[in-house]
Design a protein around this ligand. Structure first.
Ligand SMILES: NC(=O)c1ccc[n+]([C@@H]2O[C@H](COP(=O)([O-])OP(=O)(O)OC[C@H]3O[C@@H](n4cnc5c(N)ncnc54)[C@H](O)[C@@H]3O)[C@@H](O)[C@H]2O)c1
Ligand SMILES: [Zn+2]
Ligand SMILES: [Zn+2]
Length: 380
C-alpha cells in the first residue's frame, strides 16, 4: 500500500509499505476513505518531538472495515466506521472510567499512559495516512457510521478535533449563557468555538493572528480577536466591561508565539489566567510536552514552563488538561451531525489524494492563507 512516512524535520514522503494484517484476534483492518492532517502532526513534522524516522503518520482516520479477527463480533466487514485517535483496551481502570486517552495497557512507552496511531511517544502503532490501517481492540474502539458516503467531511472530524474541541469546553466547565474565550483559531480552536456555541454560550471570543482563520471563526458566530492588533486580554476586557470571560479554552499548545513569531510556551496560559474571571475554568487541549529540546529556554526544554500559577491560585481557577478521550463524546457528536445541529466540515479547505500529502504538510505548517484543514482521500 501507499503510506505517508516521516523522514526527518520538514520531510515526509509517500512510500510503499506492506498492507497491514490482522495480528490479534481482536484486530480489524480498515480501508481508509478519509484521513486528515492535524496540528498535532506539525509538532512532529517540525522535528519538535522524538518521533522515529520511518513512522507512518495519521491519527484522524475513517473508512470501511476490510477484515476482522476471530474475536471481533460487533464490527463486521463492510461497516463504515470512525476510528478514535486513542487506542484503548476497554478494560483497564482508566478505560473503565471513560478515560480512554489514558489507557494503561496499550502504550508500552515508560511513563506514558494512552496510545494513538502514528504519533510520537504514543506507542508503536502505524498511522492512517495510508490506504489501510490496523485497529487494535476493534469492537471497543470503532464507532459505527451510517453506510454510504453522506456527511463524510463532517464524520471525519469525529476521530479527533470535534471531540477535542468539545472536550476543551467540558474541561473548562462551560455552562449555557457563559462567555467563553478560545485561544487558537486552528482546527481545534474552531471546533471548540463551534462546540461552545452548540452548548449555548452567550459569546465566544476566538483569538489568533491569522486573518483567514479569524474570518472562519466569525462566520460560525464567534467574535474574532487578532492578537497582532494588541494585547488579546485587554481587547476581551474592553469588550466585556472589564469582566472578562467565564471560562476559557487553550487550543494552541507549547509552540504558542507572539505576533513576531517568537515562541513563548507560557504566553497563552498567562493570557487565560488573566482573562478568565475568578473561579472560572480553563480547558487545556493544546499539547504540552515533558521534554522539548527545541524550546527557547533551558527550563522549557525540560518541560518546566513558567506561567503565573500564583495568580491562577489567587483567582481560585480550575484547569483541566490532556488528550481527549474521544469515545466520551463521539457517538453524541455523530448524532448531532446527522440531526443537522453540528456541521464541523465548515473548516475543510482542501481535499487531496495521498500523493499530494507532502506539499499539503508544507502549506499547512506555514499556516498559508486558506490552508485551514486538509483531508486526504487515499483511495483517490
Ligand atoms: N488534547 C488533544 O486531544 C488534542 C487533539 C488534537 C490536537 N491537539 C493540539 O491542539 C493544538 C491545536 O491544534 P490545531 O490542529 O488547531 O493546530 P494549529 O497549529 O493549526 O492551530 C494553532 C493556532 O494557534 C495560533 N496561535 C499561535 N500562538 C497563539 C497565541 N499566542 N494566541 C492565540 N493563538 C495563537 C496559530 O496561529 C494557529 O492558528 C495543537 O497543540 C495540537 O497538538 C490536542
Ligand atoms: Zn489530530
Ligand atoms: Zn485501557
Amino acid at each position: 500500500m501507499k503510506a505517508l512516512v516521516y523522514r526527518g524535520p520538514h520531510e515526509v514522503t509517500v512510500e510503499d509499505r506492506p498492507d497491514p494484517t490482522v495480528q490479534a484476534p481482536t484486530d480489524a483492518v480498515i480501508r481508509i476513505t478519509t484521513t486528515n492532517i492535524c496540528g498535532s502532526d506539525l509538532h512532529m513534522y517540525e522535528g519538535r518531538t522524538s518521533v522515529e524516522e520511518g513512522k507512518i503518520l495519521g491519527h484522524e482516520n475513517m473508512g470501511v472495515v476490510e477484515a476482522v479477527g476471530d474475536a471481533v463480533t460487533r464490527i463486521r466487514v463492510g461497516d463504515r466506521v470512525s476510528v478514535p485517535f486513542n487506542i484503548a483496551c476497554g478494560t483497564c481502570r482508566n478505560c473503565a472510567h471513560g478515560w480512554t486517552s489514558f489507557c494503561l495497557r496499550t502504550n508500552p512507552t515508560e511513563g506514558m499512559d494512552g496510545a494513538a496511531y502514528g504519533y510520537a511517544n504514543m506507542g508503536p502503532y502505524d498511522g492512517g495516512q495510508a490506504e489501510y490501517l490496523r485497529v487494535p481492540y476493534a469492537d471497543f474502539n470503532l464507532l459505527h457510521l451510517p453506510p454510504g458516503t453522506e456527511h463524510e467531511n463532517d464524520f471525519t472530524m469525529l476521530s479527533d478535533i470535534f471531540p477535542t474541541g468539545w472536550h476543551g469546553t467540558e474541561l473548562a466547565g462551560q455552562a449555557p449563557g457563559d462567555t467563553v474565550a478560545v485561544f487558537g483559531a486552528g482546527p481545534v480552536g474552531l471546533m471548540a468555538a463551534h462546540s461552545a456555541l452548540i452548548k449555548g454560550a452567550d459569546r465566544v471570543f476566538v483569538v489568533d493572528k491569522e486573518p483567514d482563520r479569524l474570518a472562519m471563526a466569525e462566520k460560525i458566530g464567534g467574535l474574532p480577536i487578532n492578537f497582532a492588533d494588541g494585547d488579546p486580554v485587554q481587547q476581551i476586557m474592553d469588550a466585556t466591561d472589564g469582566v472578562g470571560a467565564d471560562c476559557g479554552v487553550e487550543a494552541v499548545g507549547f509552540q504558542a508565539h507572539d505576533p513576531s513569531g517568537d515562541e513563548h510556551p507560557e504566553l497563552v496560559l498567562d493570557n487565560l489566567v488573566d482573562v478568565v474571571r475568578s473561579t472560572g475554568g480553563i480547558g487545556v487541549v493544546g499539547v504540552y510536552v515533558p521534554q522539548d529540546p527545541g524550546a527557547p529556554d533551558k527550563k522549557a526544554q525540560q518541560g518546566r514552563i513558567g506561567w503565573q500559577y500564583g495568580t491562577f491560585f489567587s483567582k481560585g481557577q480550575r484547569m483541566g488538561t490532556g488528550q481527549c478521550p474521544v469515545m466520551r463524546y463521539n457517538r453524541q457528536l455523530r448524532d448531532l451531525i446527522i440531526a443537522g445541529r453540528a456541521r464541523p466540515s465548515f473548516l475543510v479547505s482542501h481535499e487531496l489524494p495521498l500523493a499530494q500529502a507532502p506539499e499539503a504538510y508544507g502549506h499547512f505548517d506555514r499556516r498559508d492563507q486558506g490552508w485551514t484543514k486538509v483531508l486526504l482521500h487515499p483511495g483517490g
